[in-house]
Design a protein around this ligand. Structure first.
Ligand code: FE
Ligand code: FE
Length: 179
């Protein structure tokens, strides 16, 4: 279609925004489930970080919703996938790395859809969020690597640490946790 109407273009962008929002809503529930588990297993520090990342995903879901509303769409409340429950500490971090890696790939595709439909504002939103997903991916890779390479020695060091996050509204990515 060489000359799709303005309305069609807008709807194409709303569609990918809602697919992305559903992925964020899934990530929020997935990471909340994990931080409760990590807290139960007494890995407080890991629980606290995963909680902050869940809060980043909520900001993302809201950023997508605000843009959907601006474009005249209706933000979805569906989750893109089912929450995987009862993961142990060895499973959580590789699982989350895969999730973030996949999200970055998908969002890069959506960025391209925005470009094709002439929406540079939504492109910027995807660019900002992709940067933050990369920060999440780096953290999950880092911790997954420690657990894989150091195993019990690493986990013993984390056991009994505090899960306090000094919770503000800034989540993980924008509060300097990536350093
Ligand atoms: Fe996100
Ligand atoms: Fe993320």
């Amino acid at each position: 279609m060489a000359n799709s109407s303005k309305e069609e273009k807008k709807n194409n962008v709303i569609k990918v925004l809602n697919q992305a929002r559903a992925m964020e809503l899934h990530a929020i529930s997935q990471y909340m489930n994990q931080h409760y588990n990590l807290d139960d297993m007494d890995f407080g520090e890991l629980a606290g970080k995963v909680k902050l990342i869940a809060i980043d995903e909520m900001r993302h879901a809201e950023m997508f919703a605000e843009r959907i509303k601006e474009l005249g769409g209706e933000p979805t409340s569906d989750l893109a996938d089912k929450v995987s429950k009862g993961q142990n500490v060895n499973q959580i971090f590789p699982f989350d790395s895969t999730l973030e890696d996949n999200t970055i790939d998908v969002y890069n595709g959506y960025l391209e859809v925005c470009r094709q439909n002439g929406d540079s504002i939504t492109m910027k939103i995807f660019e900002t969020i992709i940067d933050e997903e990369q920060i999440h991916l780096n953290y999950f890779d880092n911790i997954g690597g420690h657990i894989k390479n150091l195993g019990d020695a690493y986990l013993a060091r984390i056991a009994g640490t505090s899960s306090a996050t000094g919770l503000g509204t800034s989540g993980f990515a924008v509060s300097g946790n990536q350093a």
